[in-house]
Design a protein around this ligand. Structure first.
Ligand code: HEM
Length: 299
C-alpha cells in the first residue's frame, strides 16, 4: 500500500497546472516538489560554481607562467629565451613580427585576468562601472588576440600542421563573432542573451588554455606522447584536441543552457553529475599542464 503522501504526490503530479491557486492539498504537494526542484537547482549552481573556481585557479596558474616566464625574461631583455617555447617567438631584427608576438603575450595575460574578473558575480554587482570598462577592454583584447593570432598562424609562427592551423583559425573567428554578439546584446540591453554570449566568449577565449590542459592530460594518461609525433608536433591526437579545445566546452555550455531552460529535477541532477566529472578532469588537466608546461619555466 502506498504511503499517503506518495499517493497524494502521484495524484497531484497528474493534475495539469492551471496557473490559478487551488484547494489546500495542492500547496503541500507543490512544496514537496518545490523542495526537490530547488535542491536540484542549488546542486546545479554548486556544480557550475565549482567548475568555474577550479578553472579560474588553473587560469591564474597560466597567468603566473605568463608573468613569471615571458614577463621576467622581457624585463631582463632576454627575448631570445622565448624561442625555447615556440619557433620564431623572437626573430632578431624583425621588429614588426616581434611586436605582434609581444603584444599577443601581453594581451594573453590581460584577457585571461579580465575574463575571470568579468565572471565574478560580486564584481559585476558591486562595481558595475568596472564591469563595463573591463568588458570593453575584454572585447578589444578579443579582437587583438583573434587578429594577431591569425597573423601568427598564417605567417609561420605556429607549431603543428594545416589541420591545427584550421582549427585555431576557426577559434579566432569564433572569438571575434562572440565578441560582436556580446556587444550587440549589451547595447540593446538584452541582458539574458548578453550573459549567454559572454559565457560563450569566455569559453572560446579559453580555447588555447583548454588545448594546453587537454594535451598535458592526454600525455599524462598515456604516459608519454601518443597519437602524435612530438618532433613535428603533428598527428591525429593533436588534430582532435585542437578542435575539441572549443567545440567540447561550447557543447557542454549549450547543454547547460538547455538544462536551465527545460530540464526537470532529474535532468538538473544529471547535468550536475556531468559538471562534477568535468571539474575532476579539468583539475587533473591543470595539474598536468602546470607540471609539464608552466612550472618548469618558472625555475
Ligand atoms: C585568446 C586567447 C589566447 C591566449 C590566452 C593565447 C596565449 C598564447 C601564449 C601564452 C602563447 C605562447 C606559447 C606558450 O607559452 O604556451 C601563444 C602562442 C601562439 N598563439 Fe596564442 N593565445 C590566444 C589566442 C590565439 C589565437 C586565437 C590564435 C590563432 C588564431 C593564436 C595563435 C598563436 C600562435 C600561432 C602561437 C605560437 C605558438 C603555437 O603555435 O602554439 N593564439 N598564445
Amino acid at each position: 500500500m502506498p504511503h499517503p503522501i506518495d499517493a497524494a504526490t502521484l495524484i497531484a503530479d497528474s493534475i495539469p497546472s492551471t496557473g490559478f491557486s487551488t484547494a489546500t492539498p495542492r500547496p503541500v504537494v507543490l512544496s514537496r516538489q518545490g523542495r526537490s526542484s530547488s535542491r536540484a537547482k542549488s546542486t546545479l549552481q554548486a556544480a557550475v560554481t565549482g567548475w568555474f573556481v577550479v578553472a579560474g585557479l588553473g587560469q591564474l596558474m597560466f597567468v603566473a607562467y605568463l608573468f613569471g616566464f615571458y614577463g621576467r625574461t622581457a624585463v631582463l631583455g632576454r627575448f631570445e629565451a622565448w624561442n625555447q617555447v615556440f619557433q620564431r617567438a623572437h626573430v632578431a631584427g624583425d621588429t614588426g613580427h616581434n611586436a605582434v608576438v609581444a603584444m599577443h603575450l601581453a594581451f594573453a595575460a590581460l584577457i585571461t585576468v579580465g575574463g575571470l574578473l568579468q565572471l565574478i558575480t560580486g564584481v559585476r554587482r558591486w562595481f558595475p562601472r568596472f564591469h563595463r570598462w573591463n568588458g570593453r577592454a575584454y572585447l578589444v583584447s578579443a579582437f587583438v588576440m583573434g587578429l594577431g593570432g591569425l597573423a601568427m598562424v598564417w605567417t609561420g609562427t605556429n607549431v603543428g600542421d594545416i589541420s591545427q592551423q584550421i582549427a585555431i583559425s576557426i577559434n579566432a573567428v569564433l572569438i571575434m563573432l562572440c565578441a560582436v554578439m556580446v556587444l550587440r546584446h549589451a547595447l540593446t540591453r538584452r541582458f539574458a542573451l548578453h550573459r549567454r554570449w559572454a559565457l560563450r566568449l569566455f569559453l572560446v577565449v579559453s580555447g588555447v588554455w583548454f588545448f594546453r590542459i587537454g594535451l598535458a592530460l592526454w600525455i599524462m594518461v598515456n604516459q608519454g606522447p601518443a597519437g602524435f609525433d612530438p618532433d613535428t608536433f603533428t598527428g591525429p591526437a593533436l588534430t582532435v584536441i585542437a578542435f575539441a579545445q572549443y567545440l567540447l566546452p561550447l557543447a557542454m555550455l549549450q547543454l547547460y543552457f538547455h538544462t536551465q531552460d527545460r530540464a526537470g529535477s532529474h535532468g538538473r541532477m544529471a547535468m550536475s553529475a556531468g559538471l562534477f566529472a568535468s571539474t575532476l578532469v579539468t583539475a587533473a588537466g591543470i595539474v598536468a599542464a602546470s607540471m609539464m608546461l608552466w612550472l618548469p619555466h618558472l625555475r
